[in-house]
Design a protein around this ligand. Structure first.
Ligand code: 5RP
Length: 219
């Protein structure tokens, strides 16, 4: 039987087919993306370079000899490939389990096509079982947490974690995410919030979904 790791690897390999030759692409963060970077390095795809979303992804790109380029050096990206913690049938996501949500949202917004790679455990009818990561300015953490409580969530500080951009993360359980765009906006309007992990304003364009029976593209 295929393990979750097998499925992640299958989705990552299939996504290679969507990578155009001779373009800059964005690369997300996480264990599924790690398989994508390995597959890209082993393939004959001649991308111009990759914009990274985290120090861990940059290290993997270096390790596999893939040229990294800064977002400021490119005029948009053809494609962005990333995983998700949850993705619904409208291809809206919760992201940030790996703590890279801010850079992921920035790079996704710069990309013409967002390809989400995921195993079937991530594909859900309703977002919200996975606690929502919210990146906060450290000294506003308690203030923000009180506002998140008012929105119906139970915030919990991710202990010992600082993001690549020097902020803290609060993971919020119990939020009603049935209106993901309004919740994305409402949380981002709390002073002290840097970014939250709802990707509803910029959903994926295609989901490469790996199930035990095979990989399918969901649009
Ligand atoms: C990192 C992310 C990841 O895409 C998400 O956590 C999924 O990770 P994995 O592929 O390891 O399951 O949003 O910030």
């Amino acid at each position: 039987m295929a393990t979750q790791d097998d499925l992640k690897r299958m989705a990552a390999h299939k996504a290679l087919e969507l990578v155009p030759h001779g373009e800059y692409i964005g690369v997300g963060t996480g264990s599924t993306v790690k398989y994508f970077i390995e597959a890209l390095a082993a393939s004959a795809k001649d991308i111009k370079g990759a914009v990274s979303t985290s120090s861990s992804t940059s290290a993997l790109l270096r390790q596999h000899g893939i040229a990294e380029v800064g977002l400021n050096e490119v005029n948009g990206l053809a494609l962005y490939v990333d995983g998700a913690d949850e993705i619904n049938h409208s291809l809206q996501m919760i992201k940030g389990g790996g703590g890279a949500l801010l850079n992921e949202k920035i790079v996704a917004s710069a990309s013409r096509q967002f390809v989400c790679i995921a195993d079937e455990s991530k594909y859900v009818a309703r977002l919200g079982k996975f606690p929502l990561p919210v990146e906060v300015i450290e000294h506003a953490r308690s203030l923000v947490s009180r506002q998140l409580l008012k929105l119906g969530g139970e915030p919990e500080l991710r202990i010992g974690v600082k993001t690549d951009n020097g902020h803290q993360i609060v993971d919020v359980s119990g939020l009603n995410l049935d209106q993901p765009m309004s919740m994305e906006d409402a949380i981002n309007h709390i002073p002290g919030v840097v970014e939250n992990g709802i990707f509803a304003r910029r959903p994926a364009d295609v989901l490469v979904l790996a199930r035990a029976g095979g990989v399918e593209l969901v649009y």
